[in-house]
Design a protein around this ligand. Sequence first.
Ligand code: 13P
Length: 252
Amino acid sequence: MRTKIVAGNWKMNQSLDEGLKLASEVINIAEAELPDDVKLILAPPYIHLASIIHLLNPNINVAVAAQNCNEHERGAYTGEISSSMLASMKVSHVILGHSERRAYYNESNELLTEKLNAAFSAGLTPIFCCGEPLEIREAGTHFNYVKNQLTESLSGISSDNYKNLIVAYEPIWAIGTGKTASSEQAQEMHATIRKHLTSLFGEAAENTSILYGGSCKPGNAKELFAGDDVDGGLIGGASLNARDFVDIALSF
Ligand code: 13P
């Protein structure tokens, strides 16, 4: 049985006051309306994590993620945050390999293996992002491109750790563009990803939640989530509005 997950990647948005207000609103609406079998994850900027964790309630299925972590455990890495620091503040999840980090901070598939293993060692659950740029989609090589991302980053993780992995497919051409993958495009890529994960990790892949990301909104979430292999969403822009974010989670 796969967990249904809707995660909100706030990216570099929200002052502390705005972030606290948004998180409180999400938690309040979730308390009243969220079905037991759906999990919400909020991924605010690092500096808001500690304050937002204090708002969490063990009876409400809302968790907190960081948007990144460093691959090292400690040391002279000015400005960086380690996975064990995140775990020490009760952060439970971490987004790794987002296309913005791959593009603007040169994160390679190999570096992401190190980050994944650092996250697992600290007991965090990574949300590992993959997805192709527009030119790859137009060239028709998107399935191989995404499979290669998975092979290169995930071959170096153990089967035991794999059981704690969440995967997010985010076609880069759909991120923040208002262009969404069609439900057929999302499902066929998710099915391809699951098949590939099965070739790497066997039957455990049946239990891996694979989230769709890219201009997912209350108006299109139901159609996207209808795919057999689409287990939820990783939401950018629409996660900055509490009502919209929870409405997406009510779309299963
Ligand atoms: P949008 O929902 O704004 O397209 O962003 C998707 C995303 O990048 C989530 O990580």
